[in-house]
Design a protein around this ligand. Structure first.
Ligand code: NAP
Length: 308
């Protein structure tokens, strides 16, 4: 398969890329940082330079591809959420999606006449905060900033359906990866012996091991039944307290020091709500499609990630 990959230099994209190459997919990587991409992937893929927030020549490369995977998005924890940054969080996701959908509209079928597929990232932020209520793909959206962003992001992706493209949106959960993201942040207090749950510790964390997220992205690419939303989470979400306990055990450090809500608000500002509010998201679609998780339980996932 020839795949147009956007966001392939990021945390998830860097895990997806070797799996695509392993199975002999041809990858065309769109990036704003061609030198960094070439340094990372050498000649293994074709690099197309371009800013996905702007329309441009990069969009021409979409015509030759069988599928698009779009993982672009400014990191939600990169800065405090002031108005300008919130706009960037939206624009980096929604505009880049609109542009790739425009590119797909010009050539919605493969050279062989088959349906093209767009696998687009979204986030479990779609659901908003829900305490310990179980959420599946059938649950409705929340009404906060991030939920509205996800609704508009998914809407931009699903616009490609009117051109006959199969669209799967993967609502990504908290990705556990030793190389970065949430796990790296969570590990710091544990290393300093002050690790513990966040806030009350009762809120759910819907996590996923990076290998399973890649597995789900490949499922979304390959399986013609995958269309619409697909929760990118493990089947067993845990409370913040359970996560802290499992992380403490995996690191051989104590895990009883809670991080109070007010302190997180001071340090993180508005984005603190993301770690203090619970979401118990279940991957019903992945299970209906028969996906078999490598790491369904948090203990096994952390053992794999943190084992020497
Ligand atoms: N990691 C998680 O826990 C998590 C959770 C929920 C949802 N997600 C979503 O899943 C997707 C992949 O996540 P990730 O952690 O791999 O993301 P990431 O590493 O933060 O970034 C992915 C890519 O997005 C591009 N990008 C970043 N900021 C941009 C900007 N301002 N304008 C244009 N392009 C920009 C970059 O590509 P270049 O620099 O190569 O141009 C980057 O490599 C994202 O859409 C993210 O929102 C991730």
């Amino acid at each position: 398969m020839r795949i147009f990959l956007m966001g392939g230099t990021g945390l998830v994209g860097s895990r997806l890329m070797p799996r695509l190459l392993e199975r002999n997919d041809e990858v065309i990587l769109q990036t704003r940082r061609p030198d960094a991409a070439r340094q990372k992937w050498g000649e293994a893929c074709r690099v197309v330079e371009g800013d996905p927030m702007q329309p441009g020549a990069w969009m021409d490369a979409v015509a030759d591809c069988d599928a698009v995977v779009n993982l672009v998005g400014e990191g939600v924890f990169n800065r405090r959420w002031r108005a300008g940054f919130k706009q960037l969080l939206r624009d980096s996701r929604i505009r880049s999606t609109e542009h790739v959908v425009q590119a797909l509209a010009k050539a919605p079928r493969t050279a062989a006449g088959a349906t093209k597929v767009l696998v687009n990232a979204s986030a479990i932020g779609y659901y908003g905060a829900h305490g310990d209520e179980e959420l599946t793909e059938a649950s409705g959206p929340g009404d906060d900033f991030l939920a509205q962003l996800c609704v508009d992001w998914e809407g931009a992706a699903c616009a490609a359906e009117s051109d006959g493209v199969r669209v799967a949106v993967v609502r990504v959960g908290v990705v556990l990866d030793r190389e970065g993201g949430a796990l790296k942040q969570m590990m710091t207090p544990f290393k300093l012996l002050v690790g513990g749950p966040v806030g009350s510790g009762r809120q759910y964390v819907s996590w996923i091991h990076h290998a399973d997220l890649v597995g789900l992205l490949l499922l979304a690419l390959d399986d013609g039944r995958a269309a619409g939303p697909l929760n990118g989470t493990a089947p067993n979400p845990v409370t913040s307290k359970q996560l802290a306990r499992a992380l403490g055990r995996a690191m051989g450090r104590p895990s009883f020091m809670p991080a109070p809500k007010f302190m997180l608000r001071l340090v993180l500002g508005q984005v603190a709500g993301l770690v203090t509010a619970g979401q118990r998201v279940l991957p019903r679609q992945a299970q209906e499609l028969g996906y078999s998780y490598r790491f369904p339980e948090i203990e096994g996932a952390l053992k794999d990630l943190l084992g020497s």
